[in-house]
Structure formats: C-alpha cells, structure tokens
Design a binder for this molecule. Sequence first.
Ligand SMILES: C[S@@+](CC[C@H](N)C(=O)[O-])C[C@H]1O[C@@H](n2cnc3c(N)ncnc32)[C@H](O)[C@@H]1O
Length: 302
Amino acid sequence: MSGEWDDHAKRYAKWSDRQTLPHAQFAFNALEIPVPFSQSAPQHQHSVPVKILDVAAGDGAFALTAARVLLPPPLSSSLENTGPMYQIIATDFSPEMIRILAEKASSQKLRVECRVEDGQPNGIKCIEEMYRVLKPGGKLVFTTWSDSFIPHLLLSSLIEINPSAAITHIASKAISPPPTSPNPPPPKPRWSDPIWLRNIEMAAALSPAPLDTAVALSTATVTVRRHEVAEFAQMVQAGPSVRAAMRAEGWTRDEDWKKVPEGIGRVFEKVYIPTAGSGGEDEVAVPLLSQANVVICIKGVQ
Ligand SMILES: C[S@@+](CC[C@H](N)C(=O)[O-])C[C@H]1O[C@@H](n2cnc3c(N)ncnc32)[C@H](O)[C@@H]1O
C-alpha cells in the first residue's frame, strides 16, 4: 500500500537532502564505479554498459546522485545518439515519490528512468530479489539506519509526554523476561547491527554466495533550525517507516503518538545551541547525529 508514502512524499522530499542524501552519496562512492568520461574530453572507454537499479528510490537521493556523477547534463544529451553507457533506473511503489523524482531529474537535466513499481515488502526477500537480478560480479548496495538520532529523539519525547510509559519501555529493554516456550521463535532481523548485516547471506538465500560482503558506517549531521522544529517534528511523526518501527517496539499508545511533535518540541527547547556568530532566533540550530550502515555484496560466479 503506497498510500501512506504518497501522503508523506512532499514532507519527506523537503528533508531528504539533509536526512538521506549524505548516506546515498556515501553508498554511491562505495560502489567505486569507474567514471570513463571527463567533462573536458568526453569519450567512451569501456565496452559494457553500467546499469544501476535504485529500488524504493523515494525522491531520488541515490539515483540523482548517480546521474549527477555519471551522466551530468552535457553528457546526458550528447550520449542520446551514441547509446547509453550508463543506464539509471529508479523504481518506487509510490506514484507521488516517482512524480517528485522525475520533476527533480527534469529540472536538473539529469537522465533517470522513473518507474512506479511495487517491490518486495519483506526486507530479506527484497535483498534476495535484488541479488537475483544482478549479473555475476555486480554489486548490491543497501543502507540501513544504525544507532541514529530517531529512536533517541522519540524516546526523549516520550519522556516528556508520558514519563511512566517511557520508564516502562526503558525497563523492558533492560530486563529480559524468562523464556516462556522451550521452542523460542527464530531471532528477528537486526537491521541496525553491522555484525548481523555482515552475515546477511546467512539470513537471505543468496546464491551463488557473494564474493565479498562489506559494511561501512556513514555518518552525517542533520541540522534543524529553531523555526523548522515543528515541521521537522511532524515529518518524524508522520514517517511510515518510523511509525512502523515504533509500532513493532510496542512503546507508544495512539494518544502518545499524536503528541510526539509536542514532545520533540519540548526536547529541542532544552538542547538548543547557538551556531557560530548567531544573533537572531533562526540562527539557533540543533545538529542531530545520523548514522547509516552501508552494505555492499559482490555477486559470486556460479
Ligand atoms: C525511507 S524512504 C527511502 C527513499 C530513498 N531510498 C532515500 O534514500 O531517500 C522509503 C521508500 O520506500 C518506498 N517503498 C516502501 N515499500 C515499498 C515497496 N513495497 N515497493 C516499492 N517501494 C516501496 C517508499 O515509497 C519510500 O519512497
């Protein structure tokens, strides 16, 4: 169901340059795709076209980064007749996300093929499927949130709006109940854990086995100015993936959830720090630490 993401798309796109773009750039650089063209002497130096498929592309943090580097505007048009050495395809199940992506590509004169496509909602199955469509030696790259600011911010906001629920949540993390069944369910995926991610091929049925799997940590700072706090807090609260993660944690009641922006507002008031040379209200900003795991698997040869 793309409806929640369609509704969220504009809000998401307003913050994606600060929120996910740095990690998308990190992931793109980690692929080390040879760039056989230089702007001064465009020439074709390798024979196999490079095909990039961005799945769940959103408003294009990754696909547009790839296009900016591999198909900057003069090349993008001059290659029309010589055949594409790079093909960048972006897919997402949200028509609104794809509309925003296509608009950005067109206004920046970047060549990205945009398609509305429903991918695989199960994370591990999605990795299996992306790996399956790779050529041998091709690279699968994906990012997952690491120990980022969102859970901390949400927990701090819960402390503001419902302290006893916050204490219960913290205690439930600290004290594990004794096992109730002799056959406990299989462990859940641990998407923020680099060691689990390093062994992703054990969780996913990746065949043939990858030649290599690496996990790197991408770190960035999201700066939120004082006049943006309410909008930022609403974006956090309305984000479908944040909401799903919090539901899975089972730590918010609906009435608490509605108050998250108010809680975040109160938290920010406590931690404002002035930026260098600040004077006016709007100069006051909070930097938030944003960290993502970037995983690369190189497909093995059968
Ligand atoms: C957190 S955003 C990430 C967007 C982008 N990759 C980025 O780094 O900014 C998640 C995206 O996944 C898309 N999505 C979620 N489930 C999907 C599915 N089953 N098939 C295709 N796209 C999906 C959403 O529409 C949304 O654009």
